[in-house]
Design a binder for this molecule. Structure first.
Ligand code: IMP
Ligand code: MG
Length: 181
């Protein structure tokens, strides 16, 4: 049995992802002309998006990574967010763009934004590939958002279920029996 057998349907194809990344990269390049862009990837889900997005950005940029835990291996947010790996770079004078895979309850990004804000960057904005607006609990707004998605568990293009499926080249909906069994 391959990974694809666990996918109910493809929600966003490789081509749609590619086109959206190009569109977001162009918008970011325009907005960050003459600024000190620092793209911050929240590990691990946003790594593939970040790698593609930064190559669609035509202005100079730096990158850094941080890791927080909010989900464990399950599908529901715990509300508990803990820093596992902090950024390496000093944020003073930087125009931060936090790159996320998916904005769900928003609790993770609300927490990350508040701790990074305290380090005096020039600005902070959020770029999320996917957004589940129905699920929002925290007051978080993404300046750049790729696709709204329904309230279903999605995997692929970096997003996981129990650390698997990140290497699928598209975004798919997982068969519910995969996480209920
Ligand atoms: P939030 O704090 O509830 O917004 O959680 C955001 C994080 O939950 C994301 O960065 C993902 O790691 C994870 N997440 C939320 N929904 C999904 C999903 O449908 N598939 C995979 N991961 C998800
Ligand atoms: Mg994540």
């Amino acid at each position: 049995m391959g990974m694809m057998d666990d996918i109910e349907r493809v929600l966003i194809s490789e081509e749609e992802l590619h086109n959206k990344v190009a569109e977001l990269g162009a918008a970011i390049s325009k907005d960050y002309e003459g600024k000190n862009l620092l793209m911050v990837s929240v590990l691990k889900g946003s790594v593939i998006f970040m790698a593609d997005l930064m190559r669609a950005v035509t202005v100079p940029c730096e990158i850094d990574f941080m890791s927080v835990s909010s989900y464990g291996s399950g599908v529901k947010t715990s509300g508990v967010v803990k820093i596992i790996k902090d950024l390496d770079l000093n944020l003073e004078g930087k125009d931060l763009l936090i790159v996320e895979d998916i904005l769900d309850s928003g609790k993770t990004l609300a927490y990350i934004t508040s701790i990074l804000q305290a380090r005096n960057p020039s600005s902070i904005r959020i770029c999320t590939l996917l957004d589940k607006p129905e699920r929002r609990e925290a007051d978080v707004v993404a300046s750049y958002s790729g696709f709204p998605v329904p309230n279903e568990f999605v995997v692929g293009y970096g997003l996981d279920y129990a650390q698997k499926y990140r290497n699928l080249p598209y975004i798919g909906v997982l068969k519910p029996e995969v996480y209920t069994k």
